[in-house]
Write a new protein. Structure first.
Length: 375
């Protein structure tokens, strides 16, 4: 058994973070007895039946799973409910209570349960082995279940996260001004002029948040009163690449915030029968490989056009790519995340699903038609 502070992601067997409070102490021994020959155990406490607060233990173990210092977690308290509530506050953790083998198995298959919670007052020590065996032996089924997990991830990222490394972030903006304006452009009675203006405003608000961590450098300036130290952007190169035609509606709003960004264009249309994207134009800045790139596609529906646009930019040397959308369907998020897992996706709203024609529901209709007054 190892202490949680000393865990490393070097070559090793599966690590399971195990913890309990006083009410789950006896059950924890049964868990450790089952796991010790199957995995490396990160002991997150407690070591006695002295009264303990379950959130302390749950958050400690959940953090290990979130930071990938442990692969899975098993927590025990009186009912398992408190442990699950606390653990689910940690990003990337999917904790749930299992009282039998079937619940544990379905939790992994349908919900990709990575922290199993047990109740010391509900489950006898001898019942833990079949529960753990069913959970560890099951595999996440993906498919429609992945769409649902992505919805949870989108809600989890409702507050902008920064400096994500490795896998791209899915960031949903919950700012009241953004949500207010999204509500107006959904309305079928909103005029073309107002729709166009609001799309620009929403894009500007989004990029304001997206760029909040651009690097700064200090310069000396002379004010009317005295000399002062001021801050300026540290030479960061940016590029804005709308997907024609609807992406054009977002460009001006972004250029009002970052006027020195270069603008490229990608032309794609969706085959009405196959729904697959077809390229007809691509023009990018020559130094695209040196720039942080924002691909603009207002409606992330099937995800085919956005994924194809990202592939085109990569093929021409683009490396640091983010996708900026107004409204997305879970299917589109899953498609882009699967094709380009390192790309950040910034979204103003995530909707329910796609209909049989590939339109987002409830969505706002065809963004291009509403921007340019065409049918």
């Amino acid at each position: 058994m190892i202490l949680f502070q000393a865990i490393s992601r070097e070559v090793r067997e599966v690590i399971v973070a195990v913890g309990c409070d006083h009410a789950g102490f006896v059950l924890k021994h049964a868990v450790v007895s089952f796991l010790e020959k199957r995995a490396e155990i990160a002991d997150c406490g407690v070591s006695s039946e002295e009264r303990a607060d379950y959130p302390d233990i749950a958050l400690r173990a959940a953090k290990l799973v979130s930071e990938e210092k442990a692969d899975l977690g098993v927590l025990a308290c009186g009912t398992g409910i408190g442990m699950a509530m606390a653990a689910n506050k940690v990003k990337g953790v999917r904790a749930g209570v299992a009282c039998d083998a079937l619940t544990a198995k379905l939790g992994k298959e349908h919900n990709n349960l990575n922290v199993l919670c047990l109740g010391g007052r509900l489950t006898a020590p001898e019942q833990t082995a079949p529960i753990l065996e069913a959970w560890l032996g099951a595999s996440f089924m993906g498919g429609r279940h992945l769409v649902r997990i992505d919805k949870i991830a989108a809600a989890e990222n409702a507050t902008l996260s920064v400096n994500g490394e490795g896998r791209g972030r899915i960031v949903v903006f919950n700012h009241p001004l953004v949500q207010h304006k999204i509500g107006i452009i959904r309305d079928k009675n909103t005029s073309v002029k107002e729709f166009r203006e609001l799309v620009q405003e929403i894009a500007g608000l989004m990029v304001y948040e997206i760029t909040r961590n651009l690097p700064l450098s200090e310069v000396r300036v002379e004010t009317p009163v005295a000399e002062a130290t001021a801050r300026t952007l540290a030479g960061k190169k940016l590029a804005v690449v709308p997907v024609l035609r609807a992406g054009l509606g977002m460009v001006d709003g972004i250029l009002q915030i970052i006027p020195n960004a270069k603008v490229g264009h990608i032309g794609l249309y969706r085959n009405p029968e196959t729904l697959d994207p077809v390229e007809y134009y691509c023009k990018l800045p020559q130094d695209i490989g040196e720039r942080d790139i924002f691909i603009l596609d207002p409606m992330l529906a099937t995800g085919g056009s956005a994924a194809a646009a990202i592939s085109l930019v990569k093929a021409r040397g683009g490396q640091k790519i983010s996708l900026v959308c107004l409204i997305a369907a879970p299917e589109g998020i899953a498609k882009v995340s699967e094709a380009h897992p390192e790309v950040d996706i910034f979204i103003a709203a995530v909707d329910s699903h796609l209909n049989s024609h590939g339109y987002i529901v409830p969505g706002l209709g065809d963004a291009g038609d509403r921007l340019f007054g065409t049918k």
